[in-house]
Design a protein around this ligand. Structure first.
Ligand SMILES: NC(=O)c1ccc[n+]([C@@H]2O[C@H](COP(=O)([O-])OP(=O)(O)OC[C@H]3O[C@@H](n4cnc5c(N)ncnc54)[C@H](O)[C@@H]3O)[C@@H](O)[C@H]2O)c1
Ligand SMILES: [Zn+2]
Length: 357
């Protein structure tokens, strides 16, 4: 996979983007937005005369529009507007736009350059980095896609100022995950961040370090054969919570599901891999204080387990495999941990207990 440059560029976004265009000298440039980023973020780029003249492609917002139809509309626009193999696509949006736009650019004329400008915290810390692109298909998430990195990821934390609190916290949950799988210094920096009074300059530094955690892992294992599974921490039970919330008609944002999923997975880490109790408590409190709780009744345990067995990512020979943390504490990653049903349900008991259900 080609190398990806990640640049934090507070106040210099258009300059950095302009340099990117100059260096790559594309034959044409296009900007992909959704209807929200068109309104809220595109004006930041259009202050620059060059970008004010660039053709814009607009798609509908949110994950339910990460579809083949929306993808086809981007291909159609590129085709009708004479895009070539040497054109460049700028994806200006959250994970939905960078996933779909990345896939569109990777496949149009067998691949053209693209640059991600993530405008959500989740997009910046996760979706825009690491090369996974794609769309949902046949009711399945990210069913079709390729791994192909954007040339660059340009991040201006000022674009997050218009994000609502829930979307901000959703992205921050992935940063908590990165904190737990990194090192003590970074973890302590995470604990010191005040989500109720956001300091954007502190956020920029913290985000840069958090992205570096993912970059380091992806560089070793881009195709998720081994250590990239570390990034699944909190996601095995988290995905089951996410699907259950969706089925019961009260969907929750992905980051919230991961935050809740980390609680039982911290418990399993302590129980099976000796992750220190104090650290487990510290992380659980951080999550509880900032994310509240999702209601999980004891009648749905079997169904949650069933959902985990359907998640291809976790299952090996009928067993559910977890990424857990070990006795050395923060950053002691243990992949492919086989945990039996009884212990998983006990971990959900712990979740309910600790969040006060
Ligand atoms: N490729 C990967 O590795 C990877 C990793 C994690 C998530 N994802 C994907 O990312 C998507 C979720 O990302 P997301 O949470 O960024 O979702 P999103 O792109 O749907 O953005 C969430 C909402 O925020 C709006 N928005 C975007 N920028 C804004 C801004 N600056 N101010 C106000 N509103 C803004 C969007 O229009 C949307 O309504 C999912 O499709 C998921 O599958 C991909
Ligand atoms: Zn995630």
């Amino acid at each position: 996979m080609s190398e990806q440059r990640v640049v934090m560029c507070e106040g210099r976004l258009t300059d950095e983007l302009r340099n990117e265009v100059k260096d790559r000298a594309p034959e044409q440039v296009y900007i992909l937005v959704d209807s929200n980023t068109k309104k809220l973020c595109l004006p930041l780029l259009e202050k620059d005369e060059f970008f004010s003249k660039v053709k814009t492609i607009e798609i509908k917002p949110n994950d339910d529009h990460k579809t083949l139809e929306a993808l086809a509309s981007v291909w159609t626009f590129l085709s009708q507007n004479k895009a070539t193999r040497k054109s460049m696509l700028i994806n200006l949006g959250g994970g939905m736009v960078t996933d779909l736009g990345g896939f569109a650019a990777s496949t149009f004329k067998r691949g053209m350059d693209y640059v991600n400008v993530p405008t959500t915290l989740l997009g910046a810390v996760d979706a825009a980095v690491g090369g996974k692109t794609g769309i949902n298909f046949c009711g399945l998430k990210n069913e079709i896609g390729v791994i192909n990195s954007s040339q660059s990821v340009l991040i201006d934390v000022n674009t997050f100022r218009t994000l609502d609190d829930k979307n901000f916290r959703s992205g921050f949950a992935e940063m908590i995950k990165h904190g737990l799988i990194s090192d003590e210094k970074h973890w302590n920096d995470m604990l010191a961040f005040d989500l109720d009074h956001i300091d954007y300059s502190q956020l920029s530094t913290l985000l840069r370090d958090s992205i570096a955690v993912k970059e380091k892992i992806v560089a070793i294992d881009p195709y998720e054969k081994n250590i990239r599974k570390a990034l699944n921490f909190g996601h095995t039970i988290g995905h089951a919570f996410e699907s259950y919330a969706m089925e019961s008609g009260s969907p929750i944002l992905h980051g919230y599901a991961v935050a809740y999923g980390m609680i039982p997975e911290l418990y399993l880490s302590h129980k099976f891999c000796g992750f220190p109790k104090e650290l487990m408590r510290e992380a659980v409190h951080l999550i509880k204080d900032n994310y509240g709780a999702m209601n999980v009744g004891c009648k749905v345990y079997d169904h949650l387990y069933e959902l985990m067995t359907h998640d291809k990512k976790n299952v090996g020979d009928g067993r559910i495999l977890f990424t857990l943390l070990g006795e050395k504490g923060i950053g002691d990653i243990k992949i492919n941990q086989d945990v039996e049903k009884k212990a998983i349900l006990e971990a959900i008991d712990y979740y309910r207990d600790v969040v006060g259900l």
